[in-house]
Write a protein that binds this ligand. Structure first.
Ligand SMILES: [Zn+2]
Length: 278
């Protein structure tokens, strides 16, 4: 069976900060990856007002996403075209085009279509908390979980093509232990890490026993930095992520963790590879 990965996320940049290293790692080994992105990120703040207006932000961010995907070696990018719903409680939540307002069945049908036509062995999406609670992250999580189950059921969405059962569904994970350690090191260096305490972005993270696979993607740090840089309307020169440099940043970016939610168990000694034992 040809190996491939389908990654389902909500906004341009989700792919780079959460799984960019892993996608680049596998792309470098000839494993094709497809990214499905639910929105064009049109509700976010513009880090550099010279780059976009509120009117053309979606268009600009789609271009940034495509550049970032190239930097990571992602083979194809599919955009569902819903509108970014904004942070919890934002006015954008109520826009009829908002992703959180989308018809659940329609979104799942489209994801089932991608799963059945691309036939990925591995599917990746956000954890149930959406990394930091963004409503679109949580929505794409639920839609992807439902689509992976439906894709292998011939009674569901027969118009979406012949059934396909991915071998594993992974959620992205942030190790609480590693996050605390990284923060301690940054604080020791005199870096202000209060950006992590934003009330609207609580990074919840996972306990070590909830993490099944940690990918060592140190070889991809340069590609990951290049991809983040493509998202120029999100990561301006003042952004914490942009300012992060040196060994701590490399360490932070060099490990990406995952929880196996469904599928073939990870064999003994199989950590470090999403495909181990398949
Ligand atoms: Zn996002």
């Amino acid at each position: 069976m040809a190996r491939s990965i389908l990654a389902c996320f909500a906004h341009p940049d989700d792919e780079s900060f959460s799984v960019g290293g892993t996608l680049a790692y596998y792309a470098a080994r000839g494993i094709p990856t497809t990214l499905v992105c639910a929105t064009r990120g049109e509700a976010g703040k513009i880090a550099d007002p010279s780059l976009a207006t509120q009117e053309n932000l979606g268009e600009v961010r789609e271009a940034e996403l495509r550049d970032a995907a190239s930097a990571l070696g992602i083979e194809s990018v599919e955009i569902l075209g819903h509108r970014d719903s904004g942070m919890e409680g934002a006015e954008d939540n109520n826009d009829p085009r908002a992703y959180v307002m989308a018809d659940r069945d329609e979104v799942i049908a489209r994801l089932v279509g991608y799963i059945r036509s691309l036939q990925p062995e591995v599917v990746i999406t956000f954890d149930p908390d959406g990394a930091y609670g963004h409503p679109d992250h949580i929505a794409v999580h639920h839609h992807t979980v439902a689509a992976v189950a439906a894709a292998r059921d011939e009674t569901r969405y027969p118009e979406a093509g012949p059934v396909w059962a991915p071998r594993r569904l992974y959620f992205t994970a942030i190790s609480k232990t590693r996050f605390a350690e990284m923060r301690r090191r940054l604080t020791e260096m005199g870096v202000d890490t209060s950006a992590f305490d934003r009330e609207d972005m609580p990074i919840i993270g996972q306990d070590d026993d909830e993490i099944d696979v940690t990918m060592d993607v140190r070889e991809t740090v340069a590609a990951k930095r290049a991809a983040l840089k493509c998202h120029a309307t999100q990561f301006g020169p003042d952004n914490f992520m942009t300012q992060l440099a040196g060994d701590v940043a490399d360490d932070l970016m060099s490990l990406e963790s995952f929880t196996l939610w469904w599928g073939t168990p990870i064999p003994e000694g199989g950590d470090g590879d999403l495909f181990s034992g398949l």
